[in-house]
Design a protein around this ligand. Structure first.
Ligand code: ADP
Length: 204
């Protein structure tokens, strides 16, 4: 980095930005196989929090690749850079006081650890959608498993490319045996327990 680039300390602190939103910032990092339900549950959590009056922002894999990361491909180097930028953007949003919800396969532990390390303890919440491969493949909402099986897509996570399961995720959910609303309740409950949002009775 250029030595003339200096870090400016903001006059309005991140704590003040969060306090005026009546919440504590955090990043809910959804990880799991394609079709495990990341987008579905992330969107449902986003809606649930929005309806309770909280300030959130949703970052979704495909959308980020249309804009900020449109220069990146799928090489190992570009995949790491994709996650690094998403981590840094999430960090800026949490500095703004927001609850960030992100949905990326993020198959490698090292990449997820890199993002975790950007955040103060307790602010990075790994939500592992531990849905069995068979269930994901049966759903195949985007037809990607079929394409991978026919060889049209090379290096497909879960089939021809590895998915490294999180060892100690903050939240683990199997969407093949739990409804969307069950998953949302568990995640919102976790945020309440940790004091990141208020308990239902304490809402303003
Ligand atoms: P991902 O973002 O992980 O690729 P998606 O959310 O796009 O996964 O797709 C999951 C698919 O599974 C959707 O078509 C969704 O409607 C379906 N589905 C069925 N039951 C559930 C559930 N309990 N939780 C999440 N998704 C579910």
């Amino acid at each position: 980095m250029d030595k003339n680039v200096v870090w400016h300390t903001h006059k309005v602190t991140r704590a003040e930005r969060a306090t005026c939103k009546k919440q504590k910032p955090c990043l809910l990092w959804f990880t799991g196989l394609s079709g495990s339900g990341k987008s579905t549950i992330a969107n449902a959590v986003d809606v649930a929090l929005y309806e309770r009056g909280y300030h959130t922002f949703l970052l979704d894999g495909d959308n980020v690749r249309h804009g900020l990361n449109q220069d990146l491909g799928f090489s190992d180097e570009d995949r790491v850079e994709n996650i690094r930028r998403i981590g840094e953007v999430s960090k800026l949003f949490t500095d703004a006081g927001l609850i960030v919800v992100s949905a990326f396969i993020s198959p490698f532990s090292s990449d997820r650890r890199m993002v975790r390390n950007l955040f103060p303890a307790g602010e990075f919440i790994e939500v592992f959608l531990d849905t069995p491969l068979e269930a994901c493949e049966e759903r195949d909402p985007k037809g990607l498993y079929a394409k991978a099986r026919s060889g049209e897509i090379k290096e497909f996570t879960g089939l021809t490319s590895p998915y490294e399961k999180p060892e100690r995720p903050e939240i683990r959910l199997d969407t093949s045996s739990m409804s969307v609303m069950d998953c949302v309740e568990i995640i919102v409950g976790y945020l309440q327990e940790r004091g990141l949002i208020s308990e239902p009775t304490g809402q303003s």
